[in-house]
Design a protein around this ligand. Structure first.
Ligand code: ADP
Ligand code: 3S4
Length: 315
């Protein structure tokens, strides 16, 4: 039996993705961008162990067995490479155990990327092809696989390119203000956005934002990157409001408006993806003051950093 373990960090969108033209292969209508993140004090990762040559096939995520027929089951990726496993290791059966540690949102990105890393280590596959497989579990797996700041280009064969290393964000902390309601599944966004006439404009805005982001990354303009992310958050949730998908609750909006006011005193921005957090990127020296202020809005606050790509833990 052959065994490998890998970890990968979850992600936050910078140019947010909405709309999938293929729900099975999870192919996007437009380009997008994101960062991998971790809690500052403890690592946020999906930790995945893959064993090749087991008696039976199985997938266990956070202690629960996943049906291999489940639409986003990691077994879909394994099936693609089964013959290659058999050729190299004599047996094709694979078992996967994955646990999410300290993840606020973006668990599927991290889970897909950690598994991708295990597969790469076991049979050495083409990364472009691997990404097309990983995205069947999560359309944002590429962000987690490469880490730092990445752009995922749309088109018939979407692919992800890393444009800044996590070290470029060393002076930044991202505070996460978590609100106490349950998040909606991201598929609500993906199925509804393309139905509205504004979606054409949204796609154009996302492509434009990605072009500007390339330039900002080249200039290492980290503040500019998060300013762009804040503008994109507004456009994305305007789009969501047009199709009746409410992600930004009145409580979250109250905080976002307040952040706009605080920006006249010190630099900060906000990002809201598909979850119940308002992410607040700022300089490390502002962290304690802003944290104190955030306590008036929610009791659950985390400090995050930009994280690196997926890595092998043991072979
Ligand atoms: P998130 O923002 O946490 O990714 P989504 O709604 O986009 O939330 O994804 C939920 C899906 O991710 C579920 O199908 C779940 O089974 C899958 N998932 C969660 N953790 C893992 C993991 N570690 N490995 C593979 N898939 C995972
Ligand atoms: C809603 O595929 P998440 C969104 O681009 C979908 O980060 C990603 O993120 C937006 O909240 C994005 O599901 O992580």
């Amino acid at each position: 039996m052959w065994k490998v373990q890998a970890v990968a960090h979850p992600t936050i969108g910078i140019v947010l993705l909405g709309g999938l033209k293929d729900q099975v292969d999870r192919l996007p209508y437009h380009s997008s961008a994101g960062i991998a993140y971790s809690l500052m004090e403890r690592e946020s990762v999906a930790r995945t162990t893959m064993e090749i040559g087991t008696e039976r096939e199985s997938v266990i995520i956070n202690g629960t067995a996943i049906d291999s027929l489940d639409s986003r089951s990691p077994m879909k990726i394994i099936k693609k490479y089964e013959e290659m496993f058999r050729t190299k290791y004599g047996k094709g059966n694979v078992s996967i155990i994955s646990d999410n540690e300290n993840i606020l949102s973006g668990s599927s990105d991290a889970g897909a990327a950690a598994l991708g890393k295990c597969i790469e280590a076991s049979i050495g596959v083409d990364p472009l092809e691997l990404e097309l497989e990983m995205r069947k579990v999560s359309e944002s797996a590429g962000r987690s696989y490469y880490g730092g700041l990445t752009i995922t280009y749309g088109g018939a064969r979407p692919y992800t390119k890393k444009i800044l290393d996590s070290r470029s964000f060393d002076d930044i902390v991202i505070l996460s203000a978590v609100f106490p309601h349950k998040r909606k599944p991201s598929d609500d966004i993906h199925t509804n956005q393309p139905r509205h006439e504004y979606y054409k404009k949204r796609m154009e805005n996302a492509e434009k934002a990605v072009k500007i982001l390339e330039k900002l990354a080249y200039e290492r303009n980290v503040k500019g990157i998060f300013e762009l992310a804040m503008d994109d958050t507004e456009d994305y949730h305007y789009m969501n409001s047009l199709v009746g998908v409410q992600i930004v609750t009145p409580e979250m909006r109250k905080l976002m408006d307040k952040i706009r006011e605080w920006r006249s005193e010190m630099w900060m921005t906000y990002i809201v993806t598909g979850g119940n957090s308002v992410f607040l990127p700022t300089m490390k020296e502002n962290k304690d003051e802003i944290r104190r202020r955030l306590e008036n809005y929610t009791g659950e606050i985390y400090e995050l950093r930009v994280a690196e790509g997926a890595r092998i833990i043991s072979l």
